[in-house]
Design a protein around this ligand. Structure first.
Ligand SMILES: *Cc1c(COP(=O)(O)O)cnc(C)c1O
Length: 547
């Protein structure tokens, strides 16, 4: 007797439902996984979480002033409980111990980091993402999502490179082509870009199988190089140190070229560095241009870097993790001129695309360059398949494409343009009032929506205007600013971050401690900026100049 497919299925369902877990724990575990009985537990938890989230999102302080030591004391238990914890008490303690002391990144007066408020649609989407629980590594665990992800990446690619309709029709859903890779952040995106650049430039030919199969030493030997380097501005993000370390070229061979007074890479020195490497027989994996430095938001002269890379036939990577979304602004996109000549571009979704943490992207001008890092596995990821995991550093990966695609569709070009333009407009407002106030000194004209400045204690204000500050005065101002920033963070009403910038003082390079404002939160108004600066003036009045 043969069973029909339908009978096999119903038989299987029957035997599965019969296999009831007998004991109490089994019942409980079954219940928390069950989609139909979810109402009782899931709805209750949902209601609690909704309350916590609302309270969290409307808080106007940036932080609670609890000491770090007190938080650490709450988390010293390394034993897993034998019995399941009552979920109500668990979620209560989660709220009291974690949510309550988390940073209000969406607060309008939290203007010191690249993390800000998110659009409302991401929270329900996050629920859908975990309900679907797709694994974007392969088609067998992520069907429609794989093509949906490729579509979202193609939309971003088109905004950067603006190639022809024919190009996009040909590559958007072609399993041989990779317009971009969705990763967990800018770090992974930068590593992926340099990985492709390395494998492509030390690739296979008739006599050599390529660096991927033969290794780094064999590649240097074969091509006759003494070593490999990556060249970029001294303000390159520290993810490039990670990349240099992982690629085996050493962080010493990440060549950091000095910047000018506006924090843009010095082109003359960059050109010389390329020539020096050639003279020393060093292989240049890539030249990196930064579009929006993490420190000050400055944008390197991409057009000129592209020219140097092209002349020397070197991979040109643009790290636009922060500044990339300026391509949405007709007013500001010219600052990124030259980005379309890059061989690869990094953009973070969780920064200025206003998407939740965990979305980075790398884009490629040549849709076939990622084949240089392609891997196969026998159980899946077969050649010619649509599996996204074969050309990504990460393996199992969540359906974060949901957020990217929704952001591009629900916010659109005009929405993103508005967000970018507003951030830069408010930063210019802040720069103008800082310049007009004797309490502060603007440390660089802002390129984008990052601003660096510092507080000047009263007794130094005259020297500052006459530019007669001694090195010792500068040190006193530095330690004052450091204490001011720490105190402001501790009080937790408003927030500005801190960085160090080198400046020339009487022909000597000296470090300057700077306040760093990031104006990206759409909820931040001019009035909020005033409050933050007044908060700093108030705190400064309570700090003495010497310890
Ligand atoms: C944030 C940032 C990175 C790193 O991105 P993550 O998402 O934090 O990994 C790299 N480069 C620049 C310019 C950045 O601003």
């Amino acid at each position: 007797m043969t069973l029909s497919e339908k009978e096999i299925l119903s038989k299987r369902n029957y035997s599965r439902s019969e296999k009831v877990l007998s004991n109490e724990i089994g019942e409980y575990v079954k219940q928390i996984f069950s989609p139909v009985q979810g109402k009782s537990i899931e709805t209750q938890i949902d209601e609690m979480v909704e309350d916590f989230s609302q309270a969290f999102l409307i808080a106007d302080s940036t932080n609670t002033n609890i000491e770090i030591e007190a938080i650490i004391k709450n988390f010293g238990d390394s034993k897993i409980p034998a019995q399941p914890t009552n979920f109500e008490s668990y979620f209560q303690s989660l709220n009291e111990n974690v949510v309550a002391h988390s940073i209000h990144t969406s607060a309008p007066q939290f203007i010191g980091h690249m993390t800000s408020a998110l659009p409302a649609f991401v929270r329900p989407l996050a629920k859908l993402m975990t309900a679907m629980n797709q694994n974007a590594v392969k088609i067998e665990t992520a069907k429609a999502l794989s093509f949906y992800e490729r579509e979202a990446l193609a939309m971003m690619h088109r905004q950067i490179y603006n190639l022809s309709d024919v190009f996009y029709t040909q590559h958007i859903q072609n399993n041989q082509s990779t317009l971009g890779i969705l990763v967990s952040g800018g770090t992974t995106a930068n590593i992926t870009a340099l990985w492709c650049a390395r494998n492509r430039s030390l690739g296979a030919n008739n006599e050599f199988l390529g660096i991927e199969k033969e290794g780094f030493n064999a590649a240097l030997n074969f091509y006759g190089y003494k070593g490999s380097v990556v060249i970029g501005s001294e303000l390159m993000h520290f993810s490039f140190d990670k990349a240099a370390d992982l690629m085996g070229i050493s962080t010493k061979n990440l060549i950091r070229v000095p910047v000018d007074s506006n924090n843009r890479v010095n082109i003359k020195v960059l050109r010389q560095a390329v020539a020096d490497c050639h003279a020393q027989n060093l292989h240049i994996i890539a030249i990196v241009g930064v579009a929006g430095t993490t420190d000050s938001g400055s944008v390197d002269p991409l057009e000129e870097i592209a020219e140097i890379a092209q002349e020397n036939n070197i991979h040109f990577h643009v790290d636009a993790a922060w500044g990339g979304p300026m391509i949405f602004s007709r007013k500001h996109q010219r600052k990124l001129a030259g980005i379309e000549k890059a061989d690869s571009v990094t953009i973070d979704g969780h920064k200025q695309l206003y998407l939740p943490m965990g979305i980075g992207m790398v884009f490629f001008r040549d849709p076939h360059i990622a084949s240089s890092i392609e891997k196969q596995a026998s159980y899946t990821m077969r050649k010619g398949s649509f599996d996204l995991g074969k050309r990504s550093l990460e393996g199992s990966r969540p359906g974060m494409a949901l957020f990217l695609h929704a952001g591009l569709k629900l916010i659109g070009l005009n929405g993103y343009e508005f967000l970018i333009d507003e951030g830069i407009r408010k930063t210019q407002y802040m720069a103008a009032i800082i310049s007009a106030m004797s309490e502060f000194e603007l440390l660089a004209e802002p390129d984008t929506n990052l601003l660096i400045y510092r507080y000047i204690p009263e007794q130094f204000r005259e020297e500052i205007t006459k530019k007669q500050l001694s090195e010792e005065d500068n040190q006193l101002i530095n330690s004052f600013n450091e204490r001011l920033q720490k105190m402001q963070r501790k009080i937790g009403k408003t927030f500005i971050s801190r960085t160090t910038k080198t400046t020339i003082c009487l022909d000597k390079e000296i470090p300057v401690i700077a306040m760093r404002a990031v104006i990206a939160n759409p909820l931040t108004t001019e009035a909020d900026i005033d409050v933050v600066l007044n908060d700093q003036i108030q705190i400064a009045s309570e700090i003495s100049i010497r310890y």
